[in-house]
Structure formats: structure tokens, C-alpha cells
Write a protein that binds this ligand. Sequence first.
Ligand code: TRP
Ligand code: ZN
Length: 892
Amino acid sequence: MREGHNNVIYRSDYQAPAFWVDTVELTFDLDPAKTRVLNKMKVRRNADVVPQALRLDGEELNLARVLVNGQGTSFKLENNQLVLENLPEGYEAFDLEIFTTCCPAKNTKLMGLYVSNDSFFTQCEAEGFRRITYFLDRPDVMASYSVLLRADKAAYPVLLSNGNLVEQGALEEGRHYARWIDPFKKPSYLFALVAGQLVAREQRITSRAGKEHLLQVYVRPGDLDKTEHAMNSLMASVAWDEARFGLSLDLERFMIVATSDFNMGAMENKGLNIFNTKYVLASQATATDTDFGNIESVVGHEYFHNWTGNRITCRDWFQLSLKEGLTVFRDQEFSMDLAGAPSARAVKRIEDVRVLRTAQFPEDAGPMAHPVRPDQYLEINNFYTVTVYEKGAEVVRMMQTLVSTRPSDPLGREGFARGMKLYFDRHDGSAVTCDDFAQAIADANPDSKLAQLLPQFKRWYSQAGTPRVKAQGHYDAASSIYNLTLTQSCLATTGQAEKEPFVIPIGLGLLGLDGRELTNGMHVLTQASETLSFPGLQDEPVPSILRAFSAPVILEFDYTDAQLLTLLAHDSDPFNMWEAGQRLAVNRALSFIAQEGLTAGDIRLDAPYVEAMRTILRHPTLDAAFKELVLTLPAETYLAEQLDVVDPQRIHAVREGMRQQLAEALYEDWQWVFEAHRESGAYRPDSVSSGRRALTGLALTHLCLASRTSGDTVWPGKAYQRFKDAGNMTDRFNALAALVTSGHALAGDALQRFHAMFKDEALVLDKWFALQAGAPDRGGNVLPAVKQLMKHADFNIRNPNRARSVIFSYCSANPGGFHRADAAGYVFWSDRVIELDGMNPQVAARLARALDRWKKLVEPMRSAAREAIARVAAKPDLSNDVREVVTRALAD
Ligand code: TRP
Ligand code: ZN
């Protein structure tokens, strides 16, 4: 597939490093145009490897000097490596001193050392450290770091690095210095420094173990009032990891620093986490409930990496899910535990599954499909994926499920915590593999299903693709036996034609016709096909299969509407209750899509479905947040995955038509919902009140949509009023979105006012851009609007958040607007991929993935999409990042 390019990296080629680096002493003279880096290392040969040259990685560096044991030495520079052949023999450590310079001001890739808003930041994962100095830039080389930072004191009053501040003081010419020592060994990807004009919110805490710690959240001077929630989230994270896993903070000081120029969400550098401002800054005036929730989970995620990722790290980048899958699992559990009530936990679970099914399932079915532990890559940055993260988290979750051995531990939490303890006993301080992790969890639970099935279970790490489980029920009235046959299969993916059966834990309940629960349990499917027998049933039961979404699979069962309505009304498992509603909607959407010549205006939803939705809306005890999830139709991308040939326009029209119907048929119910769930009192981002706001927001959208056909102006008027008066960003933005979504005439004015209100709030402007770029397409109006937005004075393609808010919101999150018959969306996409690739390949490659599923498109879109991808692929000097994505897209 990638013939002609010999730089593919294979997992099977792993070799231990030929040298170890024991200590690193770095001295930085920080200057945006020319930063000088002195790197003094103690290096020694790895006795387990045949003697060979030392090859140090380095990119975009100017090399001034290399000294071995204080003496000049010969060296070569070969494909971004510094090669040293004449090194001391034997296994004694020697001194290696390397002096280089780099230019942070020109670093638009935001990898390595770069400047953002006149401050210095670093991003080293995965391979950014080599853009700072020559190094054995691989995660299995762990060293002790001591860092001396020197910079102009007025311009860079704050100087931070990993670990503890051991010394600071003044230098001549208005400069100053700070020395930091990290007490823990770490791989180079966890190195960080920050220098600039920053202020910190501080909090002193005492751990359960009685130790004192200083927590700090650093931001730009005007942003201090938006750091309370991040700090609260950090304190909650510290407490949670102690309570649930007995893992305490191992540093005297733990710092979070926010920057507005960042390629991803955040980074877990040891003791010095660096965050995208989007996942730190929040106030009720500027952040939505979703933002508050995301901050909580990302702060938790990065903090939890301190143990799962930093104390035990990855042997090589193929093991990325060792830390990411596990840490996503941990942050999901953290958010669920904080949510508290079972229904709030279920809401979080549904949200997580929704991400998995709308993003990871398509990835697993597309050209970038790869196992949770990939076998090869051209550019590792391309493998920070929903498969490694979210599917990886599901694999860890299944392990937890499969170590439940007693009724007192139904979810397997105790067994899993035992496994974690063994994992740390065995591997603390080292760089290990996914096998090591699975082995520890299994060994700590020798009587568990996981231990019995470990080799087969590990196929989840090695086989790509989403398994399908087909369930077929057969009820025999004469014998009163219900047989349920479960058959698993998995489609071929690139390089993996045949798949072996997976170990699939299947939460399973049976309901009587009256909705009463007859049985509930967990079946572990291991064969290609198995039949379960349930004797003694008076009637054919309704099966509730894959409860709590117990495995990341596609479940096929030919449910009748009556069965789905029973599950929606009575299932004791909230996930499957929600799922029944989604299936009802999917079935209807697919049948509308299949009807030739049907237009959005022809769509009529049947009474039983509408009544079921009404019952949910009016339900006396269900949570508002849960109702909002049930009443939200399946995403267009989810519907697309159910089809072999995809016409995005048609899917969009059908989903819009269904939504319009729900708006009109439930008009009075939406009105009631809106009035009944009004919040009074102070804003709090907790799950109950955020659920109420989510549901009223959904109601407002539907009420404004209904006004499109009724001509009534009351609700758009109310939405506009709420937009103006709202006391928090959630209500304000939902009201604005209701006007934009319904295409009401007031939308333009509201958008203008919104911009004027928040012109100095970058994160709010991102929302403003994203809302317009993601608006429902009406006659092809979005693309011209997007092009206009790119000319806006506040647009800046170099800022990843801003680029994402406009370009990604359109290309990746607005299928109805993007997939145009005239191919103009694709031309726009290819121009932007090429433009971004010139400055930031990582961001460009993410955008490149917007056309992953082009092969499913209906003509003429399919050909037009292929042409657009080919146009990108034909460009000389593409980055490895984009080249890998487009080459794979065009393969076969
Ligand atoms: N390890 C980080 C996390 O999951 C994410 C990350 C990986 C990252 N590579 C990055 C962040 C590059 C920024 C830039 O928390
Ligand atoms: Zn992570």
C-alpha cells in the first residue's frame, strides 16, 4: 500500500535502545527568535544490545557543538539523526554535551518549543522533544531531568518546568533564572517548560496520607476568574484517585497551565500539565454546561495520567492505548462517580457510547481502521484516535466486567482495583506493554473469566473492526422455552481478512410482555455462535441485550416496534431504554431514506412513535437529562453508518423532516417542558440543573422549528428574549442556537449582538464561528457563509481552536452542508488541508480525515470526493501526517 515510502514503522521491529540516558541537564536561554539549548547527558550502552552507533533524533535544530567526556568528537547528520560512532567502549556512563539553537517564534507546528501570546510553551508527545534537542526520543528511555531556565525577567516573569523549583534568582541585563528538578525518571515526551506572563490560582491540600501539596492553575492575567472550576476538578481528581485506587499525588507541587494555541485537548507532562484554554477556562457567563463537564473530565484525565502513563509508561508508541485507553476509562469512571445518582451515571454512559458509535465505529469501518494496539504507522500523531482512546477504554471496561467473581462485586470494581494494584507492584517506574497490563489484571483475579480467557480476550488489542453480534430469538410455546442464539462476526479490515471470535460480555435481561423483568445476568460470548436456553416462560419474552453497552459491538436483533416500545417504557437498564428509543428512530429514518422521491415535507411520523416520545417527555420521574437524550434523534453520521450507499443530503433532509415532525406533533408538550423546567436560583453546573437546561434548550429549538410552519412568532420572540436575558452561557447559547437552527429572521441580529457581547472572549467566539459553520444547510447557504467567516477579522487559521471552529465544524460536523452535489465542499476541503499542512500537519491530518468514508457516498459525490483526495495526494512535499491519511483513503 505504501510502496515507495520506506519510513513505515512496524510494531514487530521493536528493539530495545542501544543506549540508556541516565540524567539530563538542560539549560535554556529563552528567546523567541533564537533559543539556545545546552543538553548535558549521562549516557551508557545497553549491555543487552550489540554494540552500535548512538543515533539521536533531532528536527529543525541548529547544531553548534558536540562533546563526549568534554572533548570534541566526530559525528554525522543523517535523516534527522545525529550519529555518533566513536564513543567510549564498555558499559561505563559517559558525558555527552550537545549545544543547539532553535526558533520558537517560527514554530507553527506547535510541537516542541513554541510561542503563544508572547509566552513559551512546549509539547513533546509524541515526538516533539527532538525539536528541542538531540535525544533518544522514545518512551522506553527514562531519565532524571534537571532544568535551568534563563530569560528576560520583565517579559517572562514566570519560569516553570517539571518537578520541584529548587533555585531562582536574578541575572544581569534584566534576566533571571529558575532551576527545576524532577524527582521522577521520565521519558522525554513528558518533558515540559513554560515561560511568560502568567498568574496562578493556588490551593493547598492535604492528602489522605497526610501529605501537603500545592496545586496551581496558571493562566493569562485576565483569566484568573475563570479558573475556579478547573481547580475544583483537580481537587476532586486527587481525592478520587486516592479513594478508588489508593493512588496519591506523588509531587509537592502540581501545576496546570493554559494556552490558547494547542493542537489537542491537554498534555500530562509530569507535574506540569499543559492545557488548551478550552479545557481550563470557565465561568457561567462564558462556558456552557458541556464545557464545564469537559473541563472536569480532561482535568481528571491528565491528572490520572500521573499514574497511568507517567509512573508506568509505554514501551513504544504502539502501546499507546496502555496509557490512553486506561486513562479514558478512569476519567469516564471519575465523571460517573461524581455524577452520583444512577440515572446521572447512565446519562454519562450514554454520552460516551454516542461518541464511540458516531466516531469510532466509522473509523473501524474506514480506511484508517487499526487495532487498539496498532501494528504499523507512518506518523504516530495519526494514531491518537478514537480507537486507541475510546475503544481502548471499552476494552479496559470489559476487563473490569470480566473480573467480577462475586455477587458483592457485580461490576468487577474490586477485582479491577486489585489488578491495578498488582500492575503498579510489578511495573512502577518502567515502560511496558498492553500485554503486561492485561496480564496483571488477570493474575490478580485468577478465578475470573478474564484469567480463563486471556489469550482470546487479547484479540481486542490485535484485531481491528467492530464485531457484530446477531441475536435471534425463538420461543417454543409447547415447551415454554425461549432460545436466544448469538452469532458474532467481524468484517475484514486492511491487512486482516479473517477475524477470530472475540470474548464479548453481554449484559442480558428478559422482560415479560407486561414489562416486568424476568431475568438479568451477564453472558460471556466466546464462540462464533452460541444458543442460550431459558426454560419455564409462559410467553415470548422481550430480550434486553447488551445492557449498559457491555461491549463495543454492533448488536443486530429484529425487534418489532411493540418490543421496542416495551423496552422504552419498562427496561430497568437505562442504557437499553434509551437504545430502544434510538432504534425506533433509526428504523423510521431508514425507511424514509429508502422511499424514492420523498421530501422532508412529506415525512409523517406514526402515532405510536410520537406517543412514546410524548410519554417520555411527560414522564413524572425520569431525569431531564435522560429525556433530552431520548428526544434527540440519532446523528446523521450514525444513520450513515447503517447504510451501504450514503446520500448525505437525503439523510439530512430525513432527519430534519423527522425533527420538524417532533416539533409540530409535540408542540404542547415542548411548551410544557419549557415552562416546567425553568431554572430559578443561582447557576450550578451539576448534573440535575444542567439536565434541565439541556432539555429546555431542546424544547426551545423544537418550538422555534414549529413556528417555521405555523408562522407563529411567539417562540422565536421568546428565544430572542432569553438569548438577551440569560444569566448563563448555556441558556444564552441554546437560545441563539434555536434561532439559528430554525433559520429565523431574528438569528442574524442575535448573532451580531452575541459577537459584540463577547468580542474579547476567544473561546466564546469559537462557539460563534462553530454555530454558523455547523448550521443546518438550506439551499447550499453554509459554504458561502463559511468562506465569509474565514474573511472575518477574528478568524485566524493558525490558531487550532479557531480553525476547528470554522473549518472542522463545516467539513467534519455538517454533512448536510459539506457534501454538495457541485463538489464545492470538497474543493474547499482540499484547499484547506493543503493550506494547513504548510503550517501545522497534525491539524491538517485531522481535517484530512473528514473524507474517510468517501467510498460509501452516492454518485456524483463519490467521484468528486475521490478527485479531491487525489488532488491533495498529488501535492509534492506533503507531511507524513497528511500523506498517510490520503494514501490510505485512496488505497485498493
Ligand atoms: N497525551 C495527551 C492526552 O491524551 C494528548 C496528546 C498527545 C497531545 N499528543 C499530543 C496533546 C499533542 C497535544 C499535542 O491527554
Ligand atoms: Zn491521555
